[in-house]
Design a protein around this ligand. Structure first.
Ligand code: AMP
Length: 417
């Protein structure tokens, strides 16, 4: 595998993209390519297989969509019913919808057709759309296999295959599905592979898919994280809700994403906020697709101040101008924390993140500081500050994790009774 250092190109013109794409980028107010775009676009245009180690927030979507659209324009082939030419696999419906929307933004002056399929909604319209023929298909793995099984879709004409957020696919249990998809693709194809992290399993998968890839790594955790003012407030668990209502009353908390660990917790927080007259909605896996879309739209359009989310549901949500990310509960997975706070400070802007840390979460806080090599600023000037929590002993990470796991199990058991 060869590694290429980034070739800095400061304009999209320098990247030699076709005029209709440059025009669309101008309409979207994109002035300068992000580092992954400067590096990836020339390599993908030269039809290299590509491995990008990058997460959302780096501009990676445009890094693969722009050259794909460009190549399709330069090498046109006829559209065939049920047989897309480009397949983009992505783990969540939200990401699928966002990539599809981005196709319409970047490709609005092109004549290609862009389609999206995902589960949780009826398949009728998706089937009709595929039957009419499409050029670029964005899909989540489950619905893709489902429609292939019903013969509404074939992958034997795919020229370009993009696997997006591979590590998230692994987390969400989609590996088996991906391994079923690969043999359905033609052996000769152009492959693009993106993942925020490269654990051994992902690396192995990349080896089976990619041929002689060019590899680019961008490290947004440091660059993004540096632009985020990270703070922690020590608070008793029972006071967290009051603290939340209090901070949300501050005028600078305009558009706030609140993270909780469990789905039922998200609903509870939303109910309490609404009782306090604060516009809020939740997104998590138990909500219908329509409810999730509505919540996202209300939040994007500033009809509600707060979106309460779980990690999986929030993955990849790309909403501009989130002023604050609040960790109402702290994840015991450091990577989740980095992803959470990366929802603010998008595309070069600055952001602020807060952690509401109770005594049980202190070991997670310590793990975050250790892994991100940053000290998180402690804010004590608030009415619910707990000196006791601040000074309490930190239990070992292993014990704290086991406690979280036990709580989850107990909850599941209570539910199933
Ligand atoms: P992504 O990493 O693909 O999720 O993109 C993150 C955000 O950055 C999205 O809102 C994009 O619309 C935006 N974006 C991507 N590339 C650029 C660019 N070159 N200039 C301005 N905004 C961009």
């Amino acid at each position: 595998m060869s590694t290429t250092t980034s070739i800095e190109s400061n304009t999209f013109q320098n990247l030699k993209l076709i005029e209709p794409i440059l025009k669309a980028l101008k309409d979207a107010n994109y002035e300068t390519p992000t580092p992954i775009q400067s590096s990836a676009i020339p390599l993908i245009l030269a039809q290299h297989d590509f491995l990008g180690i990058a997460q959302t927030g780096t501009g990676k979507t445009a890094a693969f969509l722009l050259p794909i659209l460009d190549l399709m324009y330069r090498n046109p082939t006829p559209r065939v019913s049920k047989c897309p030419k480009v397949l983009i696999l992505t783990p969540t419906r939200e990401l699928a919808i966002q990539i599809h929307q981005s196709l319409h933004v970047y490709g609005k002056y092109l004549k290609q057709k862009y389609s999206v399929i995902f589960g949780g909604v009826g398949q009728g319209n998706q089937v009709k759309d595929l039957a009419a023929g499409t050029d670029v298909l964005v899909a989540t793995p489950g619905r893709l296999l489902d429609l292939i099984g019903q013969r509404f879709l074939r992958l034997d004409q795919v020229e370009t295959f993009v696997l997006d957020e591979a590590d998230r696919m692994l987390d969400m249990g989609f590996f088996k599905d991906i391994k079923k998809v690969i043999p359905m693709l033609p052996p000769k194809r152009h492959n693009l592979f993106f993942s925020a992290t490269m654990p051994a399993e992902i690396s192995k998968l990349a080896d089976t898919i990619l041929r002689n890839p060019q590899k680019i790594e961008v490290t947004p955790p440091s660059t993004t994280v540096e632009r985020i003012r990270q703070t922690v407030m020590f608070v008793d668990k029972k006071d967290k809700m009051n603290l939340l209502v209090r901070v949300l009353g501050l005028s600078e908390f305009k558009k706030v994403l609140v993270f909780v660990e469990m789905k039922h917790g998200a609903n509870r927080v939303v109910e309490k906020l609404q009782k306090n007259g604060i516009g809020a909605a939740a997104i998590h896996g138990n909500k219908s697709q329509n409810a999730r879309q509505k919540a996202l739209e209300d939040f994007t359009k500033n009809r509600i101040q707060v979106l309460v989310a779980t990690d999986i549901a929030s993955r990849g949500i790309d909403i501009d101008q989130i002023s604050h990310v609040i960790n109402f509960e702290l994840s015991h997975v450091v990577e989740n924390y980095v992803h959470r706070i990366g929802r603010t400070a998008r595309a070069g802007k600055e952001g602020q993140s807060l952690i509401f840390c109770d005594a049980e979460e202190k070991s997670f806080l310590k793990a975050i500081e250790k892994e991100t090599k940053q000290t998180i600023e402690v804010v004590t000037e608030h009415p619910y500050h707990s000196q006791e929590v601040m000074e309490s002993q930190v239990v070992s990470l292993g014990r704290a994790k086991a406690r979280v796991e036990k709580k989850r199990q107990d909850f599941r058991q209570r539910r199933s009774r």
